[in-house]
Design a protein around this ligand. Structure first.
Ligand SMILES: Cc1cc2nc3c(=O)[nH]c(=O)nc-3n(C[C@H](O)[C@H](O)[C@H](O)COP(=O)(O)OP(=O)(O)OC[C@H]3O[C@@H](n4cnc5c(N)ncnc54)[C@H](O)[C@@H]3O)c2cc1C
Length: 436
């Protein structure tokens, strides 16, 4: 397998020209730093406001995490509904589940409105039990969806085998209104929409400091009334909130196109987007050209300090898949690539509007494209007209000083990866945090 991001390989070409870097000192009403899903969503919201918007990214639009992703658009990114329900109760779970649901709506409506070609696939989500403890996870998810009144279909092992070509799973939970996309093409498509609306976009432009209202980059600066930072892998020199964010690594692989027969062997019914109940779970879906996009990792490779690229992890992911689907053992996997997902200690995003610097917002640690889309759009809406917005509650849910199991200073004793892993596990499996 070749170590290369498939989306880059298939993007490169004359239809996606790179915007030149910033090479002057410019002024704007709003500058957005970071053009992943969050930053692009902020800019898209602002582009309709009639104000002068600048968007900068040190890579290309979508060139970091968003453009490496598997493009699953499901609310279930890293936190399941039952886990959010346990932590926040019914009212909180409704508020918070609405975040990724709204994010999916933002992304899919943008695709349709602007005719963005990004391989949008309507695919139901299917969460699969790998073993007995997985059956309990599936049942909890079914119960949570029923309690909140969300549609759901529960499968026994025998029923699972009819929708997915494997008898290796013990139960499943399925729900709809979920999609798959080529997220790099989506980001580049939104870039085109923004340019058409007069947003000034500078790629290859790294912000290295913010002084008051001015964002400084290596080739120039942007001075703006409002600053929205949606950047990943932040350096503490650039942003004092950087320590709030850690990361986890995940890998993706992509296969050669499947024959129609292979597709039927994998999905006897409609193609679905699937993931299993393992702690380091595997996930897979079909692209429009019938390739299997397969992701996962290993315990050792997930909480790493710096990115590692191990072909063994990719082989492990493919090997695990082949065991579950022996009929597809001959499918060739062509490329693999790892990526780091920024996250906070409890896997919820952090959105900061410091009362001392109300012209600046930071959108950090969005785990999942739908969460990033909502949070970027939220920051965009609140940048110019926060008074007329009705969802200030998310500044509360996503405030940086919410309750975590372990404080940041414990990293000095245990190291960041361990502190983040323990906090993540606590938030997922144990934390109860009812709002007053
Ligand atoms: C392999 C992989 C598979 C995944 N699969 C899925 C999936 O199927 N579904 C899902 O929902 N999520 C998935 N994710 C997670 C998802 O990609 C992220 O949660 C999401 O993209 C975060 O979006 P973002 O805009 O917050 O961050 P990013 O996409 O990382 O955007 C941040 C941007 O800021 C820019 N930047 C950083 N620093 C600076 C600076 N100083 N100056 C200027 N620009 C800067 C970066 O270049 C980048 O473009 C996956 C992630 C990976 C790695």
């Amino acid at each position: 397998m070749l170590l290369q991001n498939w989306w880059y390989t298939t993007l490169l070409g004359p239809d996606a020209p790179i915007r030149p870097p910033l090479a002057a000192d410019v002024k704007a009403d709003v500058v957005v730093v970071g053009a992943g899903m969050a930053g692009l969503s902020a800019a898209l919201r602002l582009a309709d406001s009639g104000h002068d918007i600048v968007l900068i990214d040190r890579n290309i639009c979508g060139g970091s995490t968003s453009g490496k992703s598997a493009g699953f658009l499901t609310p279930d990114s890293e936190l399941e509904l039952s886990q959010i329900l346990r932590r926040f109760g019914v009212e909180g779970a409704r508020h918070l589940w609405d975040v990724p649901v709204a994010g999916i709506e933002l992304i899919t409506s943008t695709v349709r409105k602007h005719g963005i070609e990004c391989d949008l696939q309507r695919q139901d989500s299917l969460f699969l039990a790998n073993d007995r403890s997985g059956i309990a996870d599936v049942r909890e998810e079914v119960a949570a969806r029923k309690q909140l009144g969300y549609p759901v279909t529960e499968y026994t092992a025998a029923q699972v085998a009819k929708v997915i070509g494997s008898d290796g799973f013990h139960a499943g939970v399925r729900y709809s209104e979920t999609y798959g996309i080529d997220a790099l093409r989506y980001c580049q498509g939104v870039k085109g929409v923004l340019l058409d609306r007069g947003v000034r976009i500078f790629e290859s432009t790294e912000a290295h400091a913010i002084d008051g209202h001015t964002v400084r980059t290596h080739g120039g600066s942007v001075t703006a009334d409002q600053i929205v930072v949606c950047a990943d892998a932040l350096s503490p020199h650039f942003c004092r909130y950087a320590p709030e964010v850690g990361h986890a690594e995940t890998y993706l692989t992509i296969s050669a196109p499947l024959t129609d027969r292979d597709v039927k062997a994998l999905f006897p019914g409609d193609p679905l987007q699937c993931w299993d109940s393992d702690l380091i779970y595997s996930y897979w879906r079909l692209t429009g050209d019938q390739r299997i996009l397969l992701g996962g990792g290993s315990l050792l490779s997930t909480y790493v300090r710096n990115a590692v690229t191990s072909p063994r992890v990719a082989d492990h992911i493919v090997g695990k898949f082949r065991k579950k689907f022996p009929a597809l053992a001959d499918i060739e996997f062509l490329q693999y690539w790892p990526g780091l997902i920024d996250s906070t200690r409890d896997l919820f995003p952090t959105i900061i509007r410091d009362p001392q610097t109300p012209w600046m917002q930071f959108v950090l640690g969005c785990v999942g494209l739908p969460w990033a889309a909502f949070c970027g759009d939220f920051a965009g809406r609140h940048a110019l007209d926060t008074e007329s917005q009705t969802d200030h509650i998310f500044y509360e849910y996503f405030r940086p000083d919410r309750r975590f199991l372990m404080p940041l200073w414990s990293e000095r004793l245990l190291g960041k990866p361990i502190v983040f892993a323990l906090n993540n596990a606590w938030a997922k499996y144990y934390q109860v945090d009812r709002r007053a």
